[in-house]
Design a protein around this ligand. Structure first.
Ligand code: 2P0
Length: 333
């Protein structure tokens, strides 16, 4: 098994120059329509299956980076994190991969433009912005494929946040993961809308990393997941190519529910749903029965992400007045 440090050495391969004064980058958040659930390599975050996501335009993370002489400082949304907090440690361990000498420390200023408190921010946009800012600071001039591989070492889903629009994360087969990265699909869907529905802003019960591991280790249903994910990936690509909204929505919803089924069938069970999550699902199914074309997806938490098209926004808002509506294709740089 290879280590992260070996992969970084292989990619950087002596690239770069004297560090610039700083680095700055933005990366969008992404929401998977076909989920990443299960790793074949925990060190390198290599997935069991391919996944497919849509990036959230201007919603994501900005990261400002500079060098410091004495110790790392990590600020998230203007607040300095305690050095021993889990997030600061995770960033510090990732930055260890890129320090040129023992006396090189970083100041990291990360700001989320997606509501953090509402539980929508994830590590994906953060690590994607961080590697892009590192590229600027050190002048590596890496391409998106290489940056995607580095971002994956921080967090799997981060490899999809290097691009806008629809992104496929190729699972790859190589043990070193050099063929496992995010790639943009050549397709746009300007009328597509995502609605962020806050069920609760409370901290989630369990991080997705241990939940994924427990599912693989204890869930008998997980055996069927690779086949389900492969079939859904093909259907989603067809839906995107043909702009078939019902196929897109139904496939994404079914894929999310199948992922949650594997969590629920793990032991001890992993259940992210709150009673309000199920009530929201039932409201969506009732809306569909009333000819409002709206579907949902869910990740490792209680909140729902609604999928609909621009022409149906008023009808969807009629059911969910507090929805935060995102236009994924509006903010293309
Ligand atoms: C996804 N999730 O495809 C799936 C659906 C959660 C549910 O990617 O351990 O934070 O850093 O590789 O990327 C969350 O997992 O996990 C995730 P690591 P990550 O969006």
């Amino acid at each position: 098994m290879m280590t992260k440090a070996e992969i970084v050495a292989q990619i950087l391969n002596g690239r770069g120059r004297a560090p610039a004064a700083g680095g700055y980058a933005f990366a969008p958040s992404n929401i998977a329509l076909c989920k990443y659930w299960g790793k074949r390599d925990e060190e390198l975050n290599l997935p069991v299956t391919a996944s497919l996501s849509i990036s959230l335009g201007r919603l994501g993370s900005t990261t400002k980076l500079s060098l410091r002489p004495d110790s790392d400082v990590v600020r998230l949304d203007k607040k300095e994190l305690a050095p021993d907090s889990p997030f600061a440690r995770r960033i510090g361990a990732f930055l260890d991969l890129f320090r040129r000498d023992a006396g090189m420390y970083f100041e990291v200023e990360a700001v989320n433009t997606i509501p953090t408190a509402a539980g929508f921010a994830s590590s994906a946009s953060g690590f994607a912005a961080l590697v892009t800012a590192l590229d600027e600071l050190f002048g590596w001039e890496l391409d998106k494929r290489e940056l995607s591989i580095l971002a994956r070492l921080g967090s799997g889903s981060a490899c999809r946040s290097l691009h806008h629009g629809f992104v496929e994360w190729r699972a790859g087969t190589r043990p070193d993961g050099m063929d496992s990265y995010g790639e943009r699909l050549d397709a746009a869907w300007p009328e597509l809308r995502l609605g962020l529905l806050v069920i609760t802003a409370a901290e989630k019960s369990m991080g997705s990393r241990p939940a994924m591991k427990r599912t693989i280790e204890t869930c008998a249903l997980y055996k069927s997941w690779p086949e389900k994910a492969a079939a859904d990936l093909a259907l989603l690509k067809k839906a995107i190519a043909e702009k078939d909204f019902h196929l897109l929505g139904a496939t994404a919803e079914s894929n999310a529910l199948a992922m949650h089924a594997t969590m629920i069938a793990s032991w001890p069970p992993v259940v992210y749903w709150r009673p309000e999550s199920l009530a929201a699902m039932q409201a969506i199914w009732a809306a569909r029965a009333n000819a409002v074309p709206v579907y949902f997806t869910m990740d490792a938490g209680p909140n729902l992400k609604l999928i609909f098209q621009a022409g149906d926004e008023a009808a969807v808002r009629g059911v969910f007045p507090d929805l935060k509506v995102v236009r994924p294709f509006d903010a293309e740089p």
